[in-house]
Design a protein around this ligand. Structure first.
Ligand code: FES
Length: 107
C-alpha cells in the first residue's frame, strides 16, 4: 500500500495509507487531513487542493496540463515551481512515500 506524507504549514506530519488510483486530494479528504479541502471534488476548478510536491517525486508525476497550470496561476499567489493540484495526482505503488506540503493559506 503506497503511503502519502502530508506536511502542514506548522510542520505537523501525517502519514496515510492510500488506495492505488485514489488522488492525493481524495486520500487527504477521506483521512481527515483538513487543510486539503478538495471543494470541487477534483474537477480542477477550486484549487483548495494545492500542495507543494517534494522535489524527489516531482519527476515521477504526470506533467502539469494546461488547465491545471491556469488554475494554479489564477488562484494562488503562493505558487512555486513544485506546486500541483493534489486532485490531479493519482497514487501508484511507485509513489509510495510521496511527500506533499500544504501551503500556509490553507491551514
Ligand atoms: S479539488 Fe478542486 S482543483 Fe483539486
Amino acid at each position: 500500500v503506497p503511503q502519502v506524507v502530508y506536511i502542514e504549514a506548522d510542520g505537523q506530519q501525517t502519514e496515510i495509507d492510500a488506495e492505488v488510483d485514489d488522488s492525493v486530494m481524495e486520500t487527504a479528504v477521506q483521512n481527515g487531513v483538513e487543510s486539503i479541502v478538495g471543494e470541487c471534488g477534483g474537477s480542477m476548478s477550486c484549487s483548495t487542493c494545492h500542495v507543494y510536491v517534494d522535489p524527489r517525486w516531482a519527476a515521477q508525476l504526470e506533467p502539469i496540463d494546461e488547465l491545471e497550470d491556469e488554475m494554479l496561476e489564477g488562484t494562488s499567489a503562493e505558487r512555486r515551481p513544485s506546486s500541483r493540484l493534489s486532485c490531479q495526482i493519482a497514487m501508484t505503488p511507485e509513489l509510495d512515500g510521496l511527500v506533499v506540503q500544504v501551503p500556509e493559506s490553507q491551514v
